[in-house]
Design a protein around this ligand. Structure first.
Ligand SMILES: Nc1ncnc2c1ncn2[C@@H]1O[C@H](COP(=O)(O)OP(=O)(O)O)[C@@H](O)[C@H]1O
Ligand SMILES: [Mg+2]
Length: 305
C-alpha cells in the first residue's frame, strides 16, 4: 500500500546486499524490494552480480532489462568507457541519473519496483570479461529522486571483493546475508571489521595507481565513504536450534541480526522454475527487516541532529 505522505527515512538511500555465494542475497533482495515497496517506497533494485539468473522472473517481470554496461557503452576491454575501479577510481560519468532519462530498454518497472542490471560478462567474448566494470556500476550508479520516495537496493556478487575494493563506500547500509555455514559467519565478521576500518578512515591500498591524482581520488572515496554500518539477516534457517546457534555466534562478534528467514522449499522451487518468488513467512519476516532498516536509519539521523 502506498503512503508517500509520511516521513520516510530511507528515501535517497543505497542499501547493498552482500554475502557468500548461495547464502541467499538475491532471495533477500527480492523479499526486501517487495517489503520496502509495501512500506511506500519506489524501490530500484540493481542487479550487480554478473552471474545472477532469474532475478527478473523472481520479481514477476517477463524479461530482464538490457544491461547498464551497454547503456554506458561497454567495458574498456572491448572498446567501451566503463573502467575497472581497481585501476581507475574516477567516478563513472553520468552514473547519477533520473529514471526518466534512461532509455526504456535499460530497466523494467511495475508497481513501484524498478529492476536494472549492471552487466553480464558471458556474452562479451574471450578476453573481454571482468567483473571490475560491473563493480564500478554497482559503486556509482544511483537513481535520483524526482519527488518520489526512491530507495536503491544493490544485489552484489558473492564474496568479499566488492567490500574490500570499495564498492561499498557509496552505500548507506550493507546487509550481509548469513546462511548456516561457518564461511557466512566469518564473512559477516570480516565485513563488520572492514566497515569499522573504513569509518576509522583507514586509507586504501594504492601502490598500483600510477598518478598522485588517482591516489588522492582513491583516498577520497574511502575517506568520504557514506556507509553507516553493517546489518545482518539470517537465511535458510532450518530450525530454532540453528537460529539460536547463529545468533550466539554472531553475538560473540557483536553482530545482532535484524531478521531470520527460514528455509522454505517452495521458495527454492520457484527459483528453479523461474517463477515469482513467494513464501508467506519469509515475506512477513522481510516486512520486519524493512522496518528494522528504517529504524536503524532513523537512529543514525537522530544521533547526527
Ligand atoms: N530461505 C530459503 N529457503 C529455501 N531455499 C532458499 C532460501 N534462500 C535461498 N534459497 C535457495 O538457495 C539458492 C541460492 O539463493 P540465492 O538467493 O540465489 O543466493 P545468492 O544470491 O546469495 O547466490 C536459491 O536458488 C534457492 O533455491
Ligand atoms: Mg544472487
Amino acid at each position: 500500500m502506498l503512503n508517500t505522505g509520511e516521513e520516510k527515512p530511507l528515501i535517497g538511500k543505497r542499501i547493498g546486499i552482500l554475502g557468500k555465494g548461495g547464502s541467499g542475497k538475491s532471495t533477500v533482495a527480492v523479499l526486501l524490494t517487495k517489503a520496502l515497496r509495501d512500506l511506500g517506497y519506489h524501490v530500484c533494485l540493481l542487479d550487480a552480480d554478473s552471474t545472477n539468473v532469474g532475478l527478473a522472473r523472481a520479481l514477476g517481470f517477463e524479461q530482464s532489462p538490457k544491461t547498464l554496461l551497454e547503456y554506458f557503452g561497454g567495458m574498456v576491454f572491448s572498446g567501451g568507457s566503463v573502467t575497472c575501479p581497481v585501476d581507475d577510481p574516477t567516478p563513472l560519468p553520468g552514473a547519477d541519473i533520473y529514471l526518466d532519462k534512461i532509455p526504456p530498454q535499460f530497466f523494467v518497472k511495475k508497481d513501484e519496483i524498478t529492476l536494472l542490471t549492471a552487466g553480464k560478462i558471458g556474452e562479451l567474448g574471450p578476453g573481454a570479461g571482468c567483473d571490475g566494470p560491473v563493480a564500478k556500476i554497482a559503486r556509482d550508479f544511483q537513481i535520483l529522486n524526482e519527488g518520489e520516495p526512491v530507495v536503491t537496493l544493490v544485489d552484489f556478487k558473492a564474496g568479499f571483493e566488492d567490500t574490500a575494493r570499495g564498492a561499498i563506500t557509496n552505500l548507506d547500509w550493507a546487509i550481509v546475508v548469513v546462511d548456516p555455514t561457518l564461511a557466512a559467519i566469518q564473512m559477516a565478521s570480516d565485513m563488520c571489521d572492514m566497515v569499522a576500518r573504513l569509518k576509522a578512515m583507514e586509507l586504501p591500498a594504492t601502490m598500483h595507481l600510477e598518478s598522485p591524482e588517482l591516489v588522492a581520488l582513491a583516498n577520497r572515496i574511502f575517506i568520504e565513504a557514506r556507509i553507516n554500518g553493517v546489518l545482518s539477516v539470517l537465511n535458510k534457517v532450518q530450525n530454532i536450534e540453528i537460529e539460536n546457534y547463529l545468533r550466539k555466534e554472531l553475538s560473540a562478534r557483536s553482530i545482532e541480526p535484524i531478521g531470520a528467514i527460514y528455509e522454505d522449499p517452495s521458495m527454492s522451487i520457484t527459483w528453479l522454475k523461474g517463477e515469482p518468488l513467494a513464501g508467506r513467512e519469509a515475506e512477513q519476516e522481510a516486512q520486519k527487516i524493512a522496518k528494522a532498516l528504517e529504524t536503524s536509519e532513523a537512529l543514525v539521523n537522530e544521533v547526527e541532529v
